[in-house]
Design a protein around this ligand. Sequence first.
Ligand code: PGA
Length: 236
Amino acid sequence: MKLVELNNYEEISEYAANIIAEEIKNNPDCKLGLATGSTPVGLYKVLVDKYNKGELDFSKVKTVNLDEYKGLSKEHEQSYFYYMNEHLFSKVNINLENVNLPNGLAEDETEECIRYGKMLKEVGERDIQVLGIGENGHIGFNEPDEIFTKRTHCIELTESTINANARLFEHKEEVPKYAYTMGIKEILNAKTIILIAYGEKKKDILKKSLNGEITPATPASILQLCKNLIVITQSK
Ligand code: PGA
């Protein structure tokens, strides 16, 4: 594991974006695993800036996202498709046929999990997987549990996650109760994993995940087993 401790959010975003930018330059048809949430907003901004300066070409890049709320359409402002479109897809020359997220409006939950899992298998090992970490240690929407669920599944969100995400909705009641998420084995199928953690609320859980017991009660603790994990966080 490589632990990178930086001074502020801007430096964290820049550092993470530079790793991804180098990958895109060296490997134009690279496969990226992407994350949503407040943490990677800055990293996408840096990538868009680089694209606008003519430094990056996304035309052959393929992406898979970690998760999506069940019940939200692509047009819903809190859906993760909407987020990705706002922060990256609509701002660079990525081919929308090369981006993948679970379909929040899928009619059949089981079928949707099978479809997403099959797609992930076809894409194969990603070159880079970006991850944030939840205040309860979740990665993607793999919430604390008694087992590590390997494959894509639909999960009931915990109260902690609903409370953490309520800030983005007008009323807490509007936060979806379920979400589709890549499973743990699928998340780990990447050559390099970049875990970004920023803010006071993430300090304790990051420490516990990186140094504590490897347990599904702290899903991010599984990352201790990754060969090539880069943790990017603040120094104080
Ligand atoms: P955040 O979410 O970046 O909005 O804090 C991270 C996560 O829940 O994985």
